[in-house]
Structures are given as C-alpha cells and as structure tokens.
Unconditional design. Structure first.
Lengths: 369, 369
C-alpha cells in the first residue's frame, strides 16, 4: 500500500466540552482502500495514546509498518479491497493534528500550557467535522483499541445514528483510579523535570535523547501494557551481562527492555502532547453529559462489539463486560468476546490473529449475541 | 509501651554475598517484652522496603505508632506479655543501620555509590550476628511481610535449625520481572534526577521537599501496594475541587493521595538507601546458592506459615502457593492461608485483624496443615 498523510484545515471553531474554543485547527489523517459510489463502505479507525493516524502500510523509504498493519490491508480483517478505511490523528497529538505545540493563531507562538484541555468527546467531534468535510455522513463501522476504543464507544453514545457497528477493544466505560494512578507517574515525572521548564522547553531541545520525565513516566505505562505472566515469558529473571548481579545499576532483561523502549519513545513524542492526551484518558467517562451510565448506554443504536483480553491489567475484562451486561439487560444489539491472552493490554496490538476473524465477521455479517 | 532504639556495633567483618566485606557496621533495633530465663520466647520481626526497626509502640513525644503496632503488643497477636520481640533495621537502610550514607571507616566520608550491594541473604546474616551478640542462638519464630517475608523465608532456608516457626506474609520465592519493573521507575527517576548528582548530593539537600525522583518512583510503588478495587473503594473518580475538571493539572482524589504520600516519603527516606534496598528486593531468589528452588526449600526444617492476600498485585497469591505446594510434595510442615482482601499488597499492614488470630495460634499451638 502506498501511504500518504493528508491534513484537513478547519477555519470554523471547534467547540470543546470545557466551553473553550479551538480555532482554527487541523486534523492529520490517512485513508486506505477506495470509497465506493454510495459512500457505504467507510470504516473509521481510532488510535490509542501513543499511536497516530499511521495505522497501516509503510511510508516510502521506511521499514516500520503502521500500528495495526496486521489487521488493516488487502485481504486482512479490515479488508481494504472492500472497505474505505479512514484513520485520523486526535486533536492534542504531536503527529500533525492541532496540539499544544501548534501555533496559536492569535499570538503566532505555540499554545504550550495555554492549549485547552481536550476530551474524548472533543476528539470525536473533531473527527465528525473531518468526515462531514469528506462528504461522509454515515459509516459502516468505527473500530479502536484502548483510547481508540473509548472514542468508538463515545461515538456510539454521542452520535447514535452515525455507525452501523462499533468495535471497541481493551477499553472501559470510565477510566478508573488504577489507570489514572499509572498516568500520574508520567504527569509528575514530566512536570517536575527541570528541562520541561513548566512547558516552556524549546521544540528541538530533546531531539537527541528526549525528556527524562517522559521516559520515566513511560516505564509505568509499559508496566500497565504488559502483565506479570507476559513479563515472565518475555524476560524471566534474565540478567544483562554475566557477572553484574552485584552492581547497583546492573540490569535485568526487563529493565533493559524498559530503558530501550521508553528512551525511544521520549525521543519522538512531545511531552506536552503526552500530558494532554493522558488528561483526555483520565477524564473519559461515558456518562458525563448524561443522567447516568445507563442513560448514556441506552442511547446507543449501533450494534456494539466489545473485545477484552483476559490478561489486560490496564482495562480489565470486567469493565467491558459491565457494558455488555447493561446492553443485554436493555435488549440492545451487541456482542462480547474475551480473548484468552498472556500479552496483557498490548494484546490488542500484538495478537491481531486472535480477533481478526471476529472483526471480519462483524464487518461482513454484523453478528450479535 | 516505652520504646527505645538501640544500636549494636560490630567491628568484625560482615562477609557479603558479592564477595565484598562490610566492616565495621552497625545495626539499629528495638525490643518489646521481656526475654525469659531460658531464652525460649524470642520472636524476630523483619521489616519491608519502607519500614524500619520501629515496628511497635510510640516514641516519647510522638503520635504515630510503629508499622505493625496493631499486631505487636500486650495481648495482641504477637503478645509481648509472652514473647520477647526483636525488630531489627536492615543493612543498607537510612534509619540507623549501616547504609550508603554511613561513613566509610577508611575514608571518613559517606560510602554513597561505593557502598556494596547487599542482598536479603546479607541482611539476615547481619541479624544473625546481632542475635548471637544478644546471646540468642535459637528463636521461637521469625515473622515478616513483603521484603520482611523474604527475610523470614531466607532464614528458613539458610539457617534451618534457627527458628521453630517461620511466618511469611505477602512475599514470594523469587522476585518476578513484574516487581522489578515497578522498582525500575524509582531507579530511573532517582538516577536521572539532576539533584541526585550521581549520588553526590549533600545529606541535607532535600530536607524540606525531598528528591523529586524518589517521590515519582514512589508513585509506582504505591500503585503496586494497592489494587484496582481498593482504589475504586478509596478514591472512586472523585475530583479535587469542584470546577477544575478541564484544568490540565487539576487532580483526581487518587492523584492527591499519590502526591501527598510520596512527597511525605521522599522527605524522610534517603534516595541511595532506596536504590540499595530495591536492589536487594530485585535480586531476591531463594534458590541462589543452591541447586534449585526445590533444593533450597528441601533444606527447611522449621514449620513454615505462608499468608497471602487475594488482591495482592505485587506478590500474587500463586507465588506463595507455589512454595506451599512444593513443601506439601516434600511432606514438610507448613500452612498456607489466602486472606480474602480488597486492600492489595498493603493488606499485610492495614488488615491485621484478618490474620492476627492465625498468627496467635501459630505461636501458641504451632498449627500446621
């Protein structure tokens, strides 16, 4: 697949849940496959905290594929021979959509900490504008995992007639303190890092090594994406080097993994964007704006497909099951699948083969419980 | 109880597992109750990562009791009218025993990063010297939770004839990568903190506010001491303040808890000590020095009592059960109790009423499976 990132510009204001306005704003996005004549084959894909609109394919001259390349493509679970897939970058991101390091139109300087807090509701409202701009007023399905699953569920509640099917993986109905606590490590580590300069760092300050605070916070993130068993399988008690057990900073394999991955991450991700997206995750609550969670869920008209992972230590299967049970009591069309996995939360990214067939079926047959 | 801390001085060398020597060294300790004539009523108590020898009672002029005051005292589970309780501070600590900020005798300056790595095996070897010094060559029981449980189990393996009963709570047979990963947050946050100065900070630099890196690392610690359900019960999704949901640094109740507790901790705990004690936890492995875990466990002659907590997310019940099963297959005297709890790992500190009767029975009757 030849992949190109597009950017849509909006000069009309985006009204945010906070009451503030974002104006103007941009949304980066990619598309895979072809839109059919009656616009009835659109699948919208939503990304997670560390993701971007680059969900599938490989950019010219690069080797690493998009984050869901195993699921999206010709003949794959989300078959680009049949579906026109749109993957958009969330508002607040550092990968092309308007975020805290974008220029504030009125001052011609980056927003930094003056960027408004954005929520999952705001993210999908922005996406609605993009789709409307593309002439798409209804989609076949909306699919996403983790924060992407939050967006998919929020679409189901806020825009009940917009999608036939909602497929949400490894998500929840409202972020629990457990997850907020994991995010708190990053918030404090970034905020207290002297090089963060209260948000006034220069854009290129960290190019080479990244911000320590972001790397440190990301270690907590990686813990929550794995599981005790997956770490046993992946690392065991292996020690890096042969005779360093009694060196204070000698490292176990799991420690090397954390260093390697988090340092790589902090080199490419913007610290302010991380704070804003984490805030959007922390404030996620399907019931906000409605009388109750039951009231919110009752609005849903789409067929909702919930996929959880047995070893997910970030968003536990019981959280997705809670939504399924509520929909069952309401007699609403839905399906619930708990995938047996050792991979923890990351399973939605790395064990695509375990739910690919299920997603294919949902898209082709619209299966339900 | 009137409590006084004593300090024992040793001028003979402590031979460490690393091959290095600590000489001279000191051990801070407290005792509760009276030693009987034939020295047969000694109970040794071992503390966890953040603990000290101050396990019970209240210091003159202070209000806060020792960390296991609910369990140790007159008429309590470990009844000080019957038992002579000795609680010692581990080597490496910052609360009175020789640690990285103690003066190196040969240079008359603090060891800092030149302090040798100490292990759980080293900690209990030091305690053996103390007890020997006090004329105690056999104890009724050794009790400890978390890192204290590791010490109790290590005593059982390394000194099979030393104790009648071993009571280990919320511990494991070898630290898994899951726990090492949680500790890694602290290691990196401390190590990368500019005020840590590669270990060359001045002792009083952080008196007022503590080292940020330690506070940040401690957030990860607190996550692992709680559980998703205990956080729901304790904090819910309550937000601090009434209209700050859309402020970037506005805080949920769980975030305030983390800030409050971790800032308090970083004010009193020494960062280098934290690194060294975390290293001792990471390297804990009952089988080290023996052919296998089975070989190590088979050496045990004491009656071993294992107590786990159903919601422990740091050392899972299955880890304690693993030891119980091995002892059962070997026909070794032991008991295993899984306490139903919502409190996570912290239950061994905060839900004493759930296992107090069990410990009382063990000490009085020596119950076994």
């Amino acid at each position: 697949m030849k992949i190109e990132t597009k950017t849509a510009h909006f000069s009309s204001p985006l009204y945010l849940e906070s009451g503030r306005i974002l104006e103007p704003y941009e949304i980066a996005y990619e598309t895979y496959g072809e839109l059919n004549a009656d616009h009835s084959n659109v699948v919208l894909v939503c990304h997670a905290l560390s993701g971007s609109h680059h969900a599938a394919g490989v950019y010219e001259g690069e080797r690493k594929a998009g984050w869901w390349d195993g699921l999206i493509g010709d003949g794959k679970g989300i078959d680009t021979r049949k579906y026109f897939v749109i993957s958009t970058n969330v508002i607040g991101s550092c990968f092309g959509s308007t975020g805290p390091m974008s220029n504030n139109y009125s001052t011609q300087a980056p927003y930094r900490l003056k960027f408004p807090v954005v929520t999952i509701k705001d993210m999908i409202r922005a996406q609605m504008h993009l789709l409307s701009d593309l002439g798409i007023h209804h989609v076949r399905a909306i699919v996403g995992g983790s924060m992407g699953g939050m967006q998919a569920l929020q679409f189901a509640v806020d825009y009940p007639n917009f999608a036939d099917d909602i497929i949400a993986l490894a998500a929840t109905y409202a972020t629990r303190p457990w997850t907020i606590a994991f995010n708190k490590v990053a918030v404090e580590a970034i905020r207290r890092d002297p090089r963060f300069k209260h948000g006034n760092y220069e854009k290129d300050d960290f190019k080479e090594e990244g911000l320590d605070g972001l790397a440190i916070g990301r270690i907590a993130g990686h813990i929550s994406y794995l599981s005790p068993d997956s770490m046993d399988d992946k690392f065991g008690r292996n020690y890096v080097g042969t005779d360093g057990l009694f060196e204070l900073f000698g490292r176990y394999e799991v420690e090397r993994y954390m260093e390697y991955n988090t340092n790589n991450f902090s080199r490419i991700f913007d610290p302010l964007s991380y704070l804003y997206i984490v805030k959007a995750i922390n404030t996620f609550n399907l019931s906000r704006g409605y009388d109750s969670l039951h009231d919110a869920i009752s609005r849903i008209k789409a067929n909702v497909h919930l996929i959880s992972f047995s070893s997910d230590y970030l968003f536990f299967p019981s959280e997705m099951e809670h939504i399924a049970k509520m929909m069952a009591r309401n007699g609403q069309a839905h399906s619930y699948l708990e995938v047996k996995s050792n991979y923890g939360h990351d399973a939605f990214l790395v064990e695509v083969e375990k739910f690919e067939a299920h997603i294919r079926e949902v898209l082709e047959l619209g299966i339900r419980n």
